[in-house]
Design a binder for this molecule. Structure first.
Ligand SMILES: Nc1ncnc2c1ncn2[C@@H]1O[C@H](COP(=O)(O)OP(=O)(O)OP(=O)(O)O)[C@@H](O)[C@H]1O
Ligand SMILES: [Mg+2]
Length: 347
């Protein structure tokens, strides 16, 4: 079902994206692929559909929930979930690893002490057969453990021809900051990788998406609502899915659903501001949402609002971070739903 709000697993549920899937299939032999794109654009869906279409097994690590200062235990918890969810296909490959215990339809990983799992040896072991390991939202791997993980990946790149990696990330700047493939001092420097950037739907594809989704429920909406949804959600499939799902569940009014989407985005921005520990993020986001579209205009705006002079380096830091998080680009919001949400932030 097109309006199912979980990431899609099968091509029949995935609208369009034939080109993206073909690109991935054509690059199957590249040891590292990187899938980038803004939040809700469909990276996880494209990744899952692709991995379900290839003939050999894969492990997907859903890293979204990983905390900033995660340890090996938390990382292995996610690895064990990734393996457990495809245990049938992986059981032959992992059953001889001493650090991994199969307990019913789940696995347990020993993370410390004698016989603990060593990531490098784990990849070496997997190399007996062709396999793909996918890190979904890989920028979350940044942190005290990142070198250890990158080290294992770089080793595997060099020695394990059967193991390849896919990284996805919605915070594109942070993802590349983690991978550091263009940084001469880094472990993965100079390795070739294939990058797929997932773009938003053009208007006609958005329209086709909504019409096809409603058709699955023998429903339709007015041309006016259709146009409003297409224009407001700006070709981002996750928002279009959110809209379609609310309509088929009985909520008819566009303006009500729009409010819900904006509130969701507002929550996400508030979390970001809280994590960064500076209210100034709110001021800057607010200014950009109102159309302040240059460095000096934003500075003036924030100084007026806060009634204080603002250090240039601090402002540059904030703007740099917002770019790395793929919230803004060239002093504009990438996702119009976030722009609307930013206008409502408490200052
Ligand atoms: N091409 C598509 N056809 C049908 N549904 C889609 C498509 N692309 C995305 N979706 C839906 O949009 C939502 C977001 O998709 P998905 O989770 O794959 O995106 P994402 O880029 O991984 O998002 P995030 O950055 O939040 O992880 C999901 O509800 C998914 O089912
Ligand atoms: Mg995702």
């Amino acid at each position: 079902m097109i309006f199912d709000t979980r990431p899609k697993m099968k091509r029949e549920d995935l609208f369009d994206r034939e080109k993206e899937l073909e690109d991935l299939h054509n690059n199957l032999d590249v040891p590292i692929m990187v899938i980038t794109g803004v939040r809700r654009i469909g990276k996880s869906s494209i990744l899952n559909v692709f991995l379900n279409e290839i003939s050999y097994p894969s492990i997907v690590l859903d890293l979204r929930a990983l905390k900033n200062n995660y340890g090996l235990k938390e990382f292995y918890e996610i690895l064990s979930q990734g393996i457990s969810s495809k245990l049938e296909k992986l059981i032959d490959i992992i059953k001889n690893i001493t650090a991994i215990r199969i307990a019913g339809n789940e696995i347990e990983i020993k993370w410390r002490g004698k016989d603990a799992l060593n990531l490098t040896s784990f990849f070496d072991h997997l190399n007996r057969k062709r396999i793909i390991i996918a890190f979904d939202e890989a920028q979350k791997l940044r942190g005290p453990r990142s070198n250890e993980i990158l080290n294992a990946i770089a080793h595997s790149y060099d020695y394990n021809k059967n193991v390849s990696f896919i990284f996805t990330g919605s915070e594109v700047g942070l993802l590349y900051d983690f991978l550091k493939m263009n940084d001469a001092s880094s472990l993965l420097y100079g390795r070739y990788y294939y990058n797929l950037t997932v773009e938003r739907f053009p208007k006609d594809v958005s329209k086709g998406f909504l019409i096809s989704g409603f058709k699955e429920y023998n429903m339709s909406v007015t041309e006016e609502d259709l146009e409003e949804a297409i224009s407001f959600f700006d070709g981002i499939p996750g928002w279009l899915t959110f809209y379609g799902n609310e309509v088929v569940r009985g909520l008819k009014r566009f303006d009500v659903i729009k409010e819900m989407a904006v509130n969701l985005a507002k929550n996400e921005l508030e979390n970001l501001i809280k994590t960064r520990g500076s209210k100034r993020y709110a001021t800057v986001l607010h200014g950009i949402a109102l159309g302040e579209n240059s460095w000096s205009r934003i500075k003036r705006y924030a100084e007026e609002k806060e009634k204080t002079t603002i250090s240039s380096s601090i402002l540059s830091n904030i703007l740099g971070t917002l770019e790395e998080l793929s919230i803004i680009k060239n002093y504009e919001f990438i996702d119009p739903v976030y722009r609307e949400a930013a206008k409502r932030l408490d200052l």
